[in-house]
Design a protein around this ligand. Structure first.
Ligand SMILES: Cc1cc2nc3c(=O)[nH]c(=O)nc-3n(C[C@H](O)[C@H](O)[C@H](O)COP(=O)(O)OP(=O)(O)OC[C@H]3O[C@@H](n4cnc5c(N)ncnc54)[C@H](O)[C@@H]3O)c2cc1C
Length: 399
């Protein structure tokens, strides 16, 4: 039986940070203080890359600070403490092997094997309900770019493309035989058509009885609400469950810049409200068709999370329906994740892991997202400050 959403509060920092010790909070406080300084976040990435390139021993510092906050570890084994800690708070883990921007066939094969290891680990217990991968982790970006632009591939490139498809198939087959859902992340619009086609083909093959493969829809694109509806029509016609991860999208600046430079209309919505409107409309659309669409709502936006919670109640959908998951990133929006889990919703957090150097682009994106906007403290920092104050006053009242 569902509880009413009237009692759903995202302000409860006691629940949000129950898994964090005082020293965890202290570390997070200083980390977000530094990240809040726009100037440092701007110069941080080139300085870090340079320091690593010339062999300065800064990996230890990164591992103890920003990496520790946003990542589970360098290997699945190193993530076990995080997996357990999230599980204790009712939150699942989505192991995200974060290798980006490589272009070596051996690295692609190894990454494919590692993704299959995350599926095997997920199959062991319920603490990892979903898995994920990026196509650019197992295939060359410029190859995907050619395919998207309908450029004919040379002989060797055709073989290379076949290998990418084989890797995708191996991952989805493993997910299917293990009964573990696998999501395919969305990336830049100039490789996304190829990713979408692959994802749809995998869903047609593996989602007949259960949502195993999920594609990602970036609602900051003005055409993606329609793509969602078009794909749903295909699912109805061909009799499979559409797996859908809904996000706003992470590459806005890059998308706009490229469109301007190359002189084509930007695929991005004209403003934030339009992206919000389509995101929320897609939540409405998916919950209207919940038997045939399985959703993972990947968002840190409180209004969208609240809206989805309300839609479930309004439409009589059980909080624990396996077709609905809320999802956030490790180290961010714990107030949403843990309060939603406390209200008995399905919640899982991305837990990125991998060698420090390989996850740097991911870490830089997180730092960028958390800089101060117009001199304001970031949302994360203000929540940490609130919880530190609450703990102090609790100790004070016990004296
Ligand atoms: C679990 C999870 C999985 C994710 N997976 C992916 C993925 O596969 N691919 C991917 O691209 N991203 C992914 N993201 C990142 C996501 O797309 C967003 O960048 C991020 O979550 C911020 O959006 P939000 O919904 O949390 O909230 P908000 O903070 O409300 O929204 C910020 C977002 O709104 C959009 N936006 C901001 N200003 C404008 C504007 N002027 N015009 C149009 N749009 C605007 C941008 O997308 C921006 O990131 C994922 C996020 C999560 C939590």
């Amino acid at each position: 039986m569902n509880q009413s959403t009237d009692h759903l509060s995202f302000e409860n920092t006691e629940i949000a940070f129950r898994h964090s010790s005082n020293s965890d909070l202290k570390r997070a406080y200083w980390l977000f203080r530094v990240i809040n300084i726009n100037f440092l976040v701007k110069i941080g990435p080139p300085m870090t890359n340079f320091a690593i390139k010339i062999g300065l021993p800064i990996k230890g510092l990164i591992k103890a600070t920003i990496f520790k906050h946003f990542c589970g570890g360098e290997t699945i084994r190193e993530c076990e403490n995080t997996i357990r800690s999230l599980h204790n708070g009712g939150v699942g883990t989505i192991l995200d092997y974060s290798i980006e921007g490589e272009d070596d066939e051996q690295v692609f094969d190894n990454t494919c094997k590692e993704i299959i290891r995350t599926i095997k680990r997920a199959a062991k217990d319920k603490s990892i309900p979903i898995t994920v991968f990026k196509i650019t982790g197992i295939g060359r970006f410029s190859l995907l770019e050619k395919l998207d632009a309908n450029i004919t591939l040379a002989g060797a490139e055709q073989q290379e493309w076949q290998k990418v498809q084989d890797r995708v198939l191996a991952i989805c087959e493993k997910a299917h035989s293990s009964g573990i859902p696998v999501m395919i992340d969305a990336e830049e619009s100039w490789i996304q058509k190829t990713i979408d086609q692959l994802a749809l083909a995998m869903m047609q093959r593996f989602n007949k009885e259960k949502a195993i493969v999920y594609n990602t829809y970036q609602l900051y694109r003005h055409d993606k609400l329609q793509s969602l509806k078009d794909d749903h029509a295909v699912a109805v016609k061909d009799g499979f469950i559409l797996g859908v991860k809904l996000v706003r999208g992470a590459y806005m600046e890059k998308e706009r810049k490229r469109a301007e430079e190359k002189g084509y209309p930007s695929p991005i919505q004209p403003d934030k409200q339009s992206a919000d409107k389509d995101y929320d409309a897609s939540l409405g659309y998916c919950t209207d068709h919940i038997k045939q669409i399985a959703i993972v709502a990947g968002s840190h936006n409180e209004e969208s999370c609240r809206l989805l919670a309300e839609l479930l109640d309004k439409k009589g959908i059980d909080h624990k329906n396996s077709h609905v998951y809320f999802s956030q990133l490790l180290g961010m929006s714990d107030n949403l994740s843990f309060n939603l889990a406390n209200a008995n919703y399905n919640v899982a957090k991305y837990v990125p892991y991998g060698p420090i150097k390989a996850v740097l682009p991911y870490l830089f994106r997180r730092a960028q997202e958390n800089t101060a906007i117009a001199g304001q403290m970031s949302r994360e920092l203000s929540l940490i400050v609130k919880e530190v104050k609450r703990r102090k006053s609790e100790v004070g009242s016990q004296k």
